[in-house]
Ligand binder design. Structure first.
Ligand code: ADP
Length: 316
């Protein structure tokens, strides 16, 4: 019983393909038979499940999205379809599942585990970075890089035309993408759901800056704030007196080729997930927890640094 399958569920992220590649290679290295489940939990129900080898994952590391597809499955919410899914796995002797998805997908798999005992390990994968208990979700860095490229480009035109630009980022009720983009792009205003705001507080400052010669403003707003993005643009026009354009980045944030960081994190997440299943862990989520900043003395810092063991073990 050493058959292991991987499935992508919910919103896709850039970084899933590197994860699939490493999954196949790492499973084979460990004497497991890897399987792909296509199109999320829909494929689990429809038996779109195939045994794979190295040839399925060659050349995919540079590609965004996921070559095995993803979906939201209304049917998986119903017991009778989960029973069908379980039978499909039984027919192929698949006893271990790795899922790339968000918290909704994890909840679904948790229900599935409790009913049918299929062991799973989940890898947080969402550009929103809103999954509790992990500091990083696969896909976030690639999304931030796409946003960065977009804001840099918008800045060029904003400065040429004396315009304000209100740029809307994704994130549902989590302002992470907007906040990090604000801090790293030097925008003038950032509005996120986690922080109460009153536009009146910015009026005087922005008007003064206009009088002093400021040519443009960039505002980054998260999709989950209390006002819609057009209302923020109207405020700039009416109260600050500058022509304003809105740019909703939308699904472009999910695409693009995976960043170096996401390629590396895909390796690490997958390794920990497969290891957990091999070690018999029944239902778990791989979380990445950063220890944060600290102060150290010079003596502690001047020694020779050795390479991260967690990375070194990938070198064959
Ligand atoms: P995400 O994983 O990105 O948060 P969703 O919340 O849309 O995405 O969940 C993905 C899928 O997980 C759903 O379409 C559904 O098939 C499954 N799912 C979510 N919650 C449950 C549940 N309580 N029971 C069974 N399946 C669920």
């Amino acid at each position: 019983m050493n058959n292991i399958a991987i499935v992508c569920s919910g919103g896709d992220v850039s970084g899933m393909n590197p994860a699939l590649k490493h999954f196949v290679e790492y499973a084979l290295d460990n004497g497991l038979n890897p399987y792909f489940i296509y199109d999320g939990y829909e494929g689990l129900i429809d038996a779109s499940i195939i045994k794979v080898d190295y040839s399925y994952v060659s050349g995919i590391i540079t590609r965004g999205g996921t070559i095995i597809g993803s979906s939201r499955s209304g049917r998986f919410m119903h017991k009778k379809y989960r029973k069908i899914a379980k039978n499909n796995l039984d027919l192929l002797n698949i006893t271990m599942l790795v899922v790339l998805g968000g918290d909704g997908s994890f909840r679904g798999l948790d229900v599935f585990y409790k009913e049918h005992g299929i062991k799973f390990c989940a890898i947080p994968s969402t550009i929103d970075n809103d999954i509790y208990a992990t500091d990083y979700c696969l896909g976030v860095d690639s999304a931030l890089n796409i946003i960065k490229t977009s804001i840099d480009a918008i800045r060029d035109t904003a400065s040429s035309f004396k315009h304000a630009f209100v740029i809307e980022t994704m994130g549902r009720d989590c302002g992470y993408l907007a906040l990090v983009s604000h801090l790293t792009s030097g925008s003038e205003l950032c509005l996120i759901p986690e922080r109460e705001y009153d536009l009146k507080d910015y009026e005087e400052k922005f008007k003064k800056q206009m009088l002093e010669g400021r040519r443009y403003f960039i505002a980054i707003v998260s999709e989950g704030i209390k006002q819609n993005t057009n209302e923020i643009a109207q405020w700039f026009e009416k109260k600050i007196g500058i022509q304003t354009r809105v740019s909703v980045l939308g699904h472009v944030q999910r695409g693009g080729n995976p960043s170096i960081y996401d390629r590396l994190m895909a390796y690490r997440f997958v390794t920990h997930a497969v290891d957990a299943l091999i070690q018999g862990k029944e239902e778990s989520v791989v979380c990445y927890v950063k220890s944060g900043f600290c102060l150290k003395s010079i003596e502690e810092v001047v020694g020779k640094k050795s390479l991260d063991e967690d990375l070194l073990r990938f070198l064959k």
